[in-house]
Design a protein around this ligand. Sequence first.
Ligand SMILES: [Zn+2]
Length: 181
Amino acid sequence: MTSVPHSARGADALARAWSVLESVPDPEIPVVSIRELGILRSVEQADDGTLEVVITPTYSGCPAMAHIAEDIAHALERAGLTPHRIKTVLAPAWTTDWITDEAREKLRAYGIAPPGGRCAGTPAGGSEQAIRFVARSAGSPACPRCGSAHTERLSQFGSTACKALYRCLDCREPFDYFKPY
Ligand SMILES: [Zn+2]
């Protein structure tokens, strides 16, 4: 029998923290996790044994960020991973390019057109600016339901400021488009 309490110390704690945090969903889009969205940047162990969780907010002023920090704290506490602290890092700024391919598929299945702008065709060595320019000039998103490219924007803002409201001209369904950022 061991009397060692659950603690955040040890290499094992880092692995456990990652697996706990990988299951923390985004408050607005529960089908994707904060890791898949690129909000969770790193989990490290400070010299005093405290777990340091680094997150980068998505859109500035996104009200979900306070929830995310709370959810992280609760998840770690439930797993006995204390002490911990959550650091918010603003630079480099979050971009939709950090959203994993897996999460893009989940967004589509959820009815949200994933952000355009991941340029597979961008030559290696192309400058960051060139990549971003191409990303921003991406055309209308494809309908997440029927895949049609015939879509029109109804509103700059969808269910949240992070998204725009579009409508498919083929299946006539409105959908949210996760704006590239
Ligand atoms: Zn459609």
